[in-house]
Design a protein around this ligand. Sequence first.
Ligand code: DGL
Length: 264
Amino acid sequence: MEGPIGVIDSGVGGLTVVKEMLNRLPNEPIVYIGDDARCPYGPRSTQEVRKFTMEMASALSKMGIKMLVIACNTATAVALDEVREHFSFPVVGVIVPGARGAVKASGTGNIAVLGTVGTINSGAYDDAIHALLPDATVHPLACPEFVPIVESGLYKSKSAGDIVAKSLVGLTGKDFDVAILGCTHYPLVQHHIQAHLPANVNIISSAVETVSDVESILLSTNSMRVEGSKVAPIFYTTGEIQQFHSIVEDWLSIDEPDVRHIVL
Ligand code: DGL
């Protein structure tokens, strides 16, 4: 298989998975679409999220990708099967990898899941965790305020910390030793989340395990790019180029990233 790896998200959240890809698979070309103009997906209907996800996958399919990473939990929860059925390239989601990372990290089997309303309501994490650990106790918490903080670029602000603190009150009195960041935007507010959870809680994002799945597929299909010069990732957004650009610069430490506008 030739071509870049496609990565999609409702916005900038998938950059948290791209960051791990750039570390572990530095020779792989990446083409990313963030649907910032229609973000957040969390409060949208299943039908809408499926339609938007298919639109992004189709756009990347036309660009000749060899694999697709749905770096969005909300889209993975409701659209992964449909995308897999429709396209011939391998498609990786983030929920099973995230659940696997959490189960590995938990000593007690008591796991909190932070996610969007769509992801939490889908029950996809409960299913994925229980498939691996039938006796697990899952504490789901929808945190709809987090994605807007990240998309607006305010994730480092003091007010972001206050909003995170207020949301996490929903976990007060619950016993857990692992919290999954069940939304790819959340690693950008991880420092705030960490500050408001008990110190013994291990915070897991799905990025590490997701990239392990990507790597296994590249190896098993003999399609890892091992030679040639590094290719800079290309980022498409349906929204504001400037805002996307500054979040890529900040989060991925890339100077002058190649950010383009796309209409889906
Ligand atoms: N990054 C998406 C996720 O992982 C954000 C969802 C949203 O747009 O609300 O679920």
